[in-house]
Design a protein around this ligand. Structure first.
Ligand SMILES: [Fe+2]
Length: 242
């Protein structure tokens, strides 16, 4: 069994609570008495892509457990790479490969996987085709039933689907961006959206409005349990309160 904690959308500097919420969630994850193999952070790390926001994020996201991060639409790759690290990051664990890719487009809120990023993913996934893999990025590749987010989802998702077809060892896709825990499918695989750390997006059905961002609901994370022998991925979603 492998265990991955998946957080997203810390938006450091985006609200009074962004720092405290990120600290709370990281403290929670790092105090697990049980197994935790990796921490994944799927984008929108800094709200305004300021160097000082990235410096705060870097300090908050320090971890003795392997941790990888990709940028989101609120991030800017040059500042991200200067303070946080490469925009495309891979974790080669004993029983799994986890690759987080940059799906941001400079100056835009929707997402896209560039030719360079697709080539990077192809290369990383070709290294160990016999080892199960997970691919992550910021932008969901499918509509989630929330128009506000659906308009700024991953463009040309067929490029991602074709990549996954070339690498059948990819078990699931992990994303963020929506600030709400979602389980759906894409290209015949689970597509799991981590809830937001900074806030929670409420669906039109619940709120009666097009866009309701709730800053009072607690931050939350996804806990992925992967059983390589059974080939199953199970995800638990957990709020974190002080
Ligand atoms: Fe986003």
């Amino acid at each position: 069994m492998q265990v991955y904690a998946h957080i997203s959308d810390t938006h450091i500097g985006g609200s009074d609570q962004s720092v405290e919420r990120t600290r709370l969630v990281m403290r929670h994850l790092l105090s697990f008495p049980g197994q935790l193999d990796a921490i994944l952070v799927t984008g929108d790390i800094a709200d305004h892509a300021l160097v000082e926001e990235y410096e705060t994020a870097r300090d908050l996201l320090r971890s003795p457990i392997p941790l990888i991060i990709c940028p989101g639409n609120h991030d800017r790759v040059p500042e991200f790479e200067k303070i946080i690290g490469p925009a495309n990051q891979v974790l080669r664990l004993d029983g799994a490969t986890i690759a987080l890719a940059d799906s941001s487009i400079p100056g835009r809120d929707d997402g896209h996987l560039s030719d360079e990023t697709i080539a990077w993913l192809d290369e990383v996934l070709s290294e160990r085709p016999e080892v199960p893999a997970f691919v992550g990025m910021h932008h969901p590749a499918v509509p989630l039933g929330v128009p506000y987010v659906d308009e700024i989802r991953l463009q040309e998702p067929e490029r991602l689907a074709a990549l996954l077809d070339r690498h059948p060892q990819v078990v699931a896709v992990f994303v963020g961006h929506a600030h709400t825990a979602v389980a759906t499918t894409f290209a015949g695989r689970p597509l799991i959206v981590a809830p937001g750390v900074v806030s929670t997006l409420v669906t039109p059905t619940e709120s009666g409005a097009t866009v309701i961002v709730d800053y009072d609901l607690p931050p939350a994370f996804a806990l992925h349990l992967f059983d390589a022998d059974a080939g199953t991925l199970v995800t638990h979603f957990r709020p974190v309160t002080p």
